[in-house]
Design a protein. Structure first.
Length: 465
């Protein structure tokens, strides 16, 4: 953006310089034309108007791209040797000329100066079109002059116009080339005016654009500065907030320190007062309460009463403190003994429960052993009876073969014996089942006794309800 603004400023400077040069040339050409219009009536025959060398060079060099116009200007402009000075009064009249006076008084030529076609010129060059001559014949001039004279009052006719009208035809014929030159100069002036207007419009437009760009650049710069200041502003706010918090914390700490200092000073003052009160001049510090009471009673001043009273109160407080300490120690010992007795009681209860469980288990074991012995004896007895029944059965079978006549009573007896046998076998099975159950109970009791013994050995026996 900075390079673009610099280029625009340089271009605007160049345009200003070109406008100044065009204005200077325009003023010089206007002065020369006005001087020429004033000098034509007096020195028409000798072609009194001659431009200066600088103006001539400027007019000739004006169309560098079209050499034909430059040659025409060199041919038509008079030489500097024939230049005559202009009087001061004419120059004063020329500075404020009337635009209706001198163009009408100029001689008219019938031929127009050659001009290059518009297509052969570049678009940036000025285009000069030679208009038709102002009055190509004397008849036209004569036909136009009366109208002009009628339109102009008699008292207001310019001297240049009167001199031109009164001049002979030879002078008018001699001024014919100069008329062409003046027409070219007038066209140049018109073209310069148009160019000046265009350049002024372009200059105003460029200045507006430059101003707008400068304003945009300033706005962008301000926005960049604002964006650049946003982050420091936020940081500054954070720093200020942190500083405020720190100041508040510091003030709270200072207030707390002041309160603690005041409390410490008050405590020191109280201790000093207590020390002053305790400063009692007694030789024997082991005096008992009776002596202290006697001293209080025999005191003559309030100060002594306060001193002895404070000592008495301190002794009472110390005695009470010792008594409370002794009581606390005794209570502590009693509590410890109570805890020990509770623990011992719990242990004895556990031992009692264990002994009861062991006694009950031993009784149960003895009972089960007795039942087992009775069942075994019953089993042996039943086995003996079975053996006897088998032997009797074999004996009966042998007797049946020997005495078939005694079969019916023996058969009845055999049936009875078989029934008894079945009853005995059923009883035997019941006894065996009872023996198995008794053995199972004995095993469970033995296992329970073993578990109880282990618990008693490890000391983790619990009360069994």
């Amino acid at each position: 953006m900075s390079s673009g603004s610099l280029s625009l400023r340089s271009r605007s400077g160049d345009v200003h310089e070109a406008l100044q040069r065009a204005k200077r040339k325009f003023c010089e050409l206007q002065l020369q034309v006005q001087q020429t219009s004033l000098n034509v009536p007096e020195e028409a025959a000798v072609s009194s108007w001659t431009p200066s060398k600088e103006l001539r060079d400027s007019l000739v060099d004006m169309y560098r791209s079209n050499p034909g116009v430059n040659e025409e200007l060199r041919r038509r402009l008079p030489s500097p040797s024939r230049q005559n000075p202009v009087s001061s009064d004419r120059s004063e009249n020329f500075l404020n000329p009337e635009p209706q006076d001198w163009p009408e008084a100029l001689p008219v030529s019938s031929s127009s100066s050659p001009a290059p076609p518009p297509s052969s010129r570049p678009p940036g060059e000025m285009q000069v079109d030679t208009p038709p001559s102002r009055g190509s014949s004397p008849e036209a001039r004569s036909s136009r002059d009366p109208a002009h004279d009628s339109a102009t009052p008699a008292g207001h006719v310019s001297p240049a116009l009167r001199a031109h009208l009164d001049s002979p035809p030879q002078s008018r014929a001699a001024a014919h080339p100069q008329d062409k030159n003046l027409s070219l100069l007038l066209k140049e002036l018109d073209a310069l005016r148009e160019l000046n207007n265009k350049l002024q419009e372009q200059l105003v437009q460029k200045e507006k654009e430059l101003h707008m760009k400068e304003v945009d650049e300033e706005l962008k710069e301000e926005q960049r500065e604002a964006r650049g200041w946003e982050r420091p502003a936020s940081l500054l706010e954070e720093v200020l907030a942190a500083q405020k918090d720190r100041d508040q914390a510091l003030m709270s700490r200072l207030l707390l320190a002041n309160e603690e200092r005041d409390e410490a000073l008050l405590r020191v003052r109280r201790l000093q007062q207590a020390a002053e009160l305790e400063n009692v001049p007694l030789q024997d510090t082991n005096t008992d309460l009776d002596e202290l009471l006697r001293s209080v009673c025999e005191a003559d001043s309030v100060q002594e009463v306060q001193q002895f009273g404070s000592v008495l109160v301190q002794r009472l407080l110390s005695a009470r403190q010792r008594r409370s300490d002794i009581t606390a120690q005794e209570m502590k010992a009693v509590m410890e003994e109570r805890d020990k007795s509770v623990v011992k009681c719990k242990r004895l209860e556990e031992e009692l429960l264990q002994h009861r469980e062991q006694q009950a288990s031993q009784e149960e074991i003895l009972r089960l052993q007795l039942e087992r012995d009775a069942a075994v004896e019953e089993k042996h007895r039943l086995e003996a009876e079975i053996q006897e029944l088998r032997a009797s059965h074999r004996f009966q079978d042998h007797g049946r073969h020997s005495s078939p006549t005694e079969a019916p009573p023996l058969l009845i007896q055999l049936q009875q014996l078989s029934k008894e046998k079945q009853n005995v076998e059923a009883e035997l099975q019941r006894c065996q089942k009872a023996e198995l159950e008794a053995c199972e109970r004995v095993r469970r009791l033995e296992r329970l006794v073993e578990v109880l013994r282990r618990k008693v050995g490890t000391g983790s026996l619990r009360a069994v309800t």
